[in-house]
Design a protein around this ligand. Structure first.
Ligand SMILES: [Zn+2]
Length: 326
């Protein structure tokens, strides 16, 4: 059997027989960075990313050496490789990568969401021969409501709290999810406060061309009618625990698991996700036309198993097993 074109080396994805890595968490000579979440970035010698991702990476890592910022949908060459970035719909600037080498089309989704959001460029399926697809929610128990319905649930939670004279606290990851919620609630006329990092990232979103409603920095108190947005790890800090009559909701795809609100010490959990759910992942594979699938991250085994059951060659990239052909 021919050697796989994509391989898992040292906890990272590598395009075999090339200089190119995909989202390597360790420093490399050249890596594509699909988006700026912490587990996808590192101080590489050279980076390929969108302009928004480069700005968001700099917020986290400081000034970067050599970043080749690339617009979506415009092919460019790196040696014998022809590369094109496509929107991934996950957070602002998130990108999928298509590599064409000797006529073979190899696509890497990075983190992906096919439901159009308010603050991320809408994703489309990339036709390819070989597909490396994220599997964060690659298990059949992860089926999410439409994003608009989840945002309406968030707004309903906030308005219920305010009607009962309670202080609503929304727990959302600082990069991406928070901006999505700020955009929705701000447009509904609600008054928003957030921790410093969320406010800083929202400014970068604006600089990168994504309009954001006003949001004020949290300094330990909350006025009547105000909504507080925090990263989950800030929920139990003293300044938050001092707030009277507070009520919190965590916003995450994991909310479909009953235990999630307890795990996050929240009063409620709402399934607002910036990842594809199980059905979206299956739809992506089918529409891509790929005949060889590698799953990465999260529930990569259940997703690969379901694809094999459907007659598609699939395996977790890090399993190191032979391809199974059904
Ligand atoms: Zn991500």
């Amino acid at each position: 059997m021919a050697r796989p074109e994509v391989e898992w080396i040292g906890g990272a994805i590598h395009l075999a027989d090339s200089v190119l890595w995909f989202d390597s968490p360790r420093r490399r000579a050249l890596s594509f960075v699909s988006h700026a979440h912490g587990d996808h970035i590192a101080r590489h010698e050279r980076v390929i990313a969108t302009d928004a991702t480069a700005q968001l990476m700099a917020e986290r890592l400081g000034g970067l050496d050599q970043v080749l910022t690339v617009p979506y949908d415009q092919p460019f060459d790196v040696g014998p490789l022809r590369l094109t970035l496509f929107p991934a719909g996950h957070i602002l600037g998130s990108a999928q990568l298509l590599v064409v080498r000797a006529g073979r089309r190899i696509a890497y989704t990075g983190d992906l969401c096919l439901s159009p959001g308010l603050t991320a460029e809408p994703a489309s399926v990339v036709p390819c021969d070989v597909l490396v697809i994220e599997a964060t929610f690659g298990h059949p128990r992860f089926r999410f409501p439409p994003r608009t319905a989840a945002l309406e649930q968030v707004e309903g939670f906030v308005r219920d709290c305010l009607a009962r004279d309670e202080s609503p606290i929304l727990l959302a990851y600082a990069l991406g999810k928070s901006q999505e919620v700020i955009r929705h609630l701000g447009e509904q006329g609600l008054t928003l406060r957030a921790d410093d990092r969320i406010c800083d990232i929202s400014r970068i979103y604006e600089r990168a061309g994504c309009p954001m409603p006003p949001v004020t920095r949290f300094r330990g108190d909350l006025g009547p009618g105000e909504v507080l947005i925090l990263p989950p790890h800030r929920a139990r800090t003293p300044s938050v625990r001092r707030l009277p009559r507070r009520r919190s909701a965590v916003l995450t795809g994991w909310a479909v698991d009953e235990s999630t609100r307890y795990r996050f010490h929240a009063d409620a959990a709402i399934p607002l996700s910036d990842h594809a759910d199980f059905d979206q992942l299956l739809r992506y594979v089918e529409e891509s036309g790929a005949r060889e699938i590698y799953t990465v991250h999260g529930y990569c085994e259940p997703l690969a198993r379901e694809l094999c059951r459907r007659g598609i060659r699939a395996r977790p990239l890090d399993a190191g097993r032979q391809l199974e052909l059904f």
